[in-house]
Design a protein around this ligand. Structure first.
Ligand code: 13P
Length: 248
């Protein structure tokens, strides 16, 4: 089945409000929207509002927050609730990005609390999964990803507004990309878990990890790859526009 492509930019800890506006001025000047394609930007929380304002009126260009905390409000210094992110213009949230898991120590159970808070708060959840190099070398890729999905999606209703991003940790920011056939093997395993959990066939599964202008076309040519989640190569508006121009 062919699902509309989604191109997601994870700016990580880059681009403050002014830089985000400058980026988007350039991107919007050169980007040609394509039928059915969605572009999504995940700026740092301080730039959510500037990003959302600059994209107002561009209905296929959406904004998401990189992380949320599951509590609705209170004494949680440094955290962003779903409602705060939504109020600043977010319509989606990344959950369980590998940097949240491996730099900040987030567990599968915490990821699940976040997924449920995001969905309960009316945002789309983009759940990130992926194995570390040692897990791949031990032949545990599918087991790792399956555990992250099953725990991360526990008590999530099958009709939820969900996207999965497969990001092998060893490919993030390293210049090493999974080959399209490596990605397809894992995407197919992810799809089987999603079907088993009752999620719709139109749930998109993105690939992330050193995606760039040179390799994106081959990746999205695979029917099991429904788009990409891009870090470093999404920070240059010209390159990002070229990435988003790829597709059928
Ligand atoms: P890079 O594209 O820089 O490898 O980052 C991938 C990523 O983590 C996107 O969320």
């Amino acid at each position: 089945m062919s699902r509309p492509l989604l191109f997601a930019a994870n700016w990580k800890m880059h681009l403050g409000p002014g830089e985000a506006r400058t980026f988007l001025d350039r991107f919007l000047a050169i980007d040609t929207p394509r039928h059915g394609r969605t572009v999504m930007f995940f700026p740092p929380a301080v730039s959510l509002e500037a990003t959302a304002e600059r994209l107002r009126g561009h209905e296929h260009d959406l904004v998401g927050v990189q992380d949320v905390y599951w509590e609705a409000k209170g004494a949680f210094t440094g955290a962003t609730s779903v409602a705060l992110a939504r109020g600043a213009g977010a319509s989606a949230a990344l959950v369980g990005h590998s940097e949240r898991r491996h730099v900040f120590g987030e567990t599968d159970t915490e990821t699940n609390r976040k997924v449920r808070a995001v969905l309960d708060g009316g945002l789309q959840a983009m759940l990130c999964v992926g194995e570390q190099l040692a897990e791949r070398e031990r032949g545990e890729t599918e087991a790792t990803v399956t555990r992250q999905l099953r725990t991360g999606l526990a008590n999530v209703t099958a009709g939820a507004d969900l996207v999965i991003a497969y990001e092998p940790v060893w490919a993030i920011g390293t210049g090493r990309t999974a080959t399209p056939s490596d990605a397809v093997v894992v995407h197919t395993a992810i799809r089987m878990v999603l079907v088993d959990l009752g999620f719709a066939r139109d749930t998109r599964v993105l690939y992330g990890g050193s995606v760039n202008v040179g390799n994106v076309a081959q990746l999205v040519a695979e029917p099991e790859v429904d788009g990409v989640l891009v870090g470093g190569a999404s920070l240059d508006p010209d390159g990002w526009a070229r990435i988003c121009a790829v597709g059928p």
